[in-house]
Design a protein around this ligand. Structure first.
Ligand SMILES: *Cc1c(COP(=O)(O)O)cnc(C)c1O
Ligand code: SF4
Length: 340
């Protein structure tokens, strides 16, 4: 049994690290020395979207800080029910772009495969928090239909593994999927959208790197970090392993009130990403999902922050500020007016 008090977790296998993740607010607050601040924090006892926070991620939180930016991303509080009625349940209307279950084909030339119904962490602001994955996920029985769809759509040159978190699948199951994609000549690029290398960097196993190394597909891993404090030396090591087998590394973040919606944090995030070999890709405006509206910084304020960020960062470290509107052909760049 691994516990948060044992120093051994750093050398554990990722599966055990996932199993020993914290799944209730009492334990989480206790580990952080915040039990006595409960009245102020008002944790939600039985949230409909459960708490899930693996120890490698929790270890990067500051002790005794109820406003720690990593804690706020995983702790369910009363704020979730106060405004729950106002948000949307499927803000992106993805159900309308699913030609076969498990596959979303919305944008030109690339498709999303929903390859896992679970995540390694439950982010309170997640726009998929109300998804009924059982209906949308690419199960083993649906895989044949997905592959058939790809074979008959030569305009698709990129497959994006999404979820849930696609890296929750075993190395073997990923290797099998990649092998099948490789039999389709027009598929050239494989992209993997995953928060696991951040949450449990031990997920980047030697075997996974070997599978990537041996594939003829151009592989890109898009990680998801919102705050520089998420990027510790273990994450840096995982990024190093991926880069050493030629994987392109990008990051996407969500602008979140109380977490990263300020210029200094976003600037530090970009520099830290670059230090560990990752380029900033997207900064998403928050999607108004039910139960998470307290993360909404407001588009106007995010634009102001972004303008200031643009004044500080070299162009290659500036993420694209985007919003997703249902029915659009791509993510929409948020218009930025020049500062006078
Ligand atoms: C975001 C997204 C993609 C990928 O878009 P890029 O701009 O290429 O990163 C593809 N399909 C869907 C449905 C998406 O939401
Ligand atoms: S890892 Fe991504 S998909 Fe999973 S809960 Fe977090 S934001 Fe949502």
């Amino acid at each position: 049994m691994i516990s948060h008090t044992s120093p051994q977790w750093q050398s554990c296998e990722w599966q055990s690290l996932l199993q020993s993740a914290i799944r209730d607010s009492d334990t989480l607050l206790k580990v952080l020395g915040l039990s006595s601040a409960k009245d102020q924090i008002r944790p939600l006892a039985n949230p409909d979207f459960p708490i899930l926070a693996p120890l490698p991620f929790v270890a990067r939180m500051k002790q005794g800080d109820p406003n720690d930016p990593l804690l706020l991303q995983v702790l369910a509080t009363d704020q979730e029910i106060e405004m729950a009625a106002e948000g949307l349940l499927d803000p992106l209307n993805e159900a309308a772009f699913t030609p076969v279950p498990g596959l979303i084909h919305k944008y030109h030339g690339r498709v999303l495969l929903l390859t896992s119904g679970r995540c390694a962490i439950n982010c309170r602001y997640c726009f998929r928090r109300h998804s009924d994955y059982s209906a949308t996920i690419m199960t083993p029985t649906r895989k044949a239909d997905v592959i058939q769809y790809l074979r008959t759509h030569p305009e698709v040159s990129e497959v994006i593994l999404s979820g849930g978190d696609p890296l929750l699948r075993s190395d073997q199951s990923l290797a099998e999927l990649i092998a099948e994609l490789e039999t389709i000549p027009h598929i050239r690029r494989l992209r993997i959208h995953s928060r696991l290398p951040i949450v449990i960097p031990q997920r980047v196993t030697q075997e996974l790197c070997r599978v990537f190394d041996q594939s003829h597909l151009k592989i890109c891993v898009v990680i998801h970090a919102n705050h520089p404090q998420e990027l510790d030396t273990h994450v840096a090591h995982a990024m190093h392993l991926l880069r050493s087998v030629g994987v392109t590394l990008l990051n996407q973040s969500v602008a979140l009130q109380g977490v990263n919606a300020d210029v200094d944090t976003l600037e530090a995030l970009s520099y830290r990403l670059y230090d560990i070999g990752v380029l900033p890709y997207y900064l998403h405006t928050f999607d108004p999902v039910a139960g998470a509206l307290h993360f909404d910084a407001g588009t106007e304020s995010v634009v102001t922050i972004y303008q200031a960020l643009q004044g500080r960062l070299p162009g290659y470290l500036l993420p694209k500020l985007v919003t997703e509107y249902p029915g659009q052909q791509a993510k929409t760049l948020v218009p930025i007016t020049p500062l006078n």
